[in-house]
Write a protein that binds this ligand. Structure first.
Ligand SMILES: [Zn+2]
Length: 403
């Protein structure tokens, strides 16, 4: 369906532009559509990379490649629904949405009119689906830092998994807990990266403040699969709210339409569980169909997402009050209950049963990694608290995080 066909699209897009403009102004964010290809240092870096890859490459070849990249970016910018959207992230969301739409069609689930996708800087790891009075087109917003945070968490988890040699193209790693513990004792790098990402996110308010780094080469594939699964689940959950009609007939709760206070977006626990189930099924179908993954390597990203929410909540509580407590959210069930519900559904719906059990066992490995991370980070976080480090302002102002 072309975006232009839906008359509500324009109205949703102008509302989104309003929200984005207001948050950019509030947080002093520069326009997200700034072209990195206009930055001399970026161009110089690309030149070095180009010349190192192409042994017979010359200046003319480099400029040709650069011109092609500029054209492609221009197309990406034009595709964005608002001038404030980041074209790279929008492209990523769009392709994930298309994959999830194919899953929805397979499940006979209707998501029409096509929702408007966007990113919004609120400083929290989550997504939110909103409805407007003026149109049936829903807006699905992903937190601007979400891609960055998901990426860093997935890299830290994937690089903690002990790799196995000699299995050709197949991803091969050990899920033996003793192996895992001794690998993390031997090399604490993944824990330090995790700590850096967590502190950047909770203290400075944005995961992008963490030091950038490349995944170790042998864990890159594993980390992108984990990230994809997590992002597809998050977007799938919001699609679930839209497809199940959770936003219909209750527009009063979507006060975000009138202000940028996402806390007024209230949904009840039952709807959250339902959206989780839809999100999980949409995501597992996309991961198995498009990426050839088994149920375990599809499901683990959803499980990790809940684990990340919990760790962020603990960290905010610890830095804010000196005690690591989980906040009681009024709008969302506890993450452990959401994880349990998904596991029950996996066991009840996935055939053969061993596939569901494999997924649950891999989720257990994720839990173990997060527990080891947390154990190692707790004392340094207490120290930071004693020294006066506090969470970024809006974490304390918004204890009832949406997801
Ligand atoms: Zn939700």
């Amino acid at each position: 369906m072309s975006d232009a066909v839906d008359p509500g699209w324009e109205s949703a897009a102008s509302h989104l532009a309003f929200l984005q403009e207001a948050t950019h102004r509030h947080y002093g964010i520069k326009s997200r559509s700034e072209n990195p290809l206009d930055v001399p240092a970026v161009v110089e870096h690309l030149r070095q990379v180009y010349l190192s890859i192409h042994a017979d490459g010359d200046e003319a070849g480099f400029h040709q490649m650069l011109a092609k990249q500029r054209d492609e970016r221009e197309i990406a910018v034009k595709r964005c629904p608002t001038p404030y959207e980041n074209p790279e992230w929008y492209g990523l969301m769009l392709s994930q949405f298309e994959a999830l739409s194919r899953s929805a069609a397979e499940m006979n689930l209707r998501i029409a009119p096509k929702p408007l996708l966007g990113t919004l800087a609120t400083g929290r790891v989550n997504g939110v689906a909103i409805g407007l009075h003026s149109t049936k087109t829903r807006i699905i917003l992903l937190e601007e830092g979400l891609f960055g945070f998901a990426n860093l968490m997935c890299k830290a988890v994937a690089s903690s998994m002990p790799q196995r040699e000699g299995d050709g193209e197949r991803l091969s790693f050990s899920t033996d807990l003793a192996d895992l513990r001794s690998k993390l004792l031997e090399d604490e790098t993944p824990i330090l990266r995790f700590f850096d990402a967590l502190c950047s996110y909770v203290v400075q308010g944005h995961p992008h403040h963490a030091r950038p780094y490349a995944s170790p080469p042998n864990t890159h594939g594993l980390s992108s699969i984990l990230r994809e699964s997590m992002e597809l689940f998050i977007l799938g959950h919001e699609i679930g709210h839209v497809a199940l009609g959770h936003l219909d007939g209750n527009l009063a709760r979507n006060a975000i339409a009138e202000s940028i206070d996402a806390e007024t977006v209230q949904t009840n626990w039952q709807q959250e569980f339902e959206a989780d189930l839809v999100g999980m099924h949409l995501m597992i179908r996309a991961m198995t169909r498009d990426r050839g993954m088994d149920v375990a390597l599809s499901y683990w990203g959803a499980h990790l997402f809940f684990g990340c929410i919990e760790i962020v909540e603990h960290t905010v509580s610890l830095l804010g009050t000196g005690k690591a407590e989980t906040w009681r959210s009024h709008s969302h069930p506890p993450t452990a209950a959401r994880q349990e519900r998904l596991k029950e559904v996996l066991l009840a719906t996935v055939q053969p049963r061993e596939a569901a059990e494999g997924a649950i066992s891999l989720a257990g490995v994720v839990d173990e990694i997060l527990a080891l991370f947390w154990k190692r980070c707790e004392e340094p976080l207490h120290r930071l608290h004693r020294e006066g480090t506090r969470p970024a302002q809006w974490w304390m102002a918004h204890p009832d995080a949406e997801a």
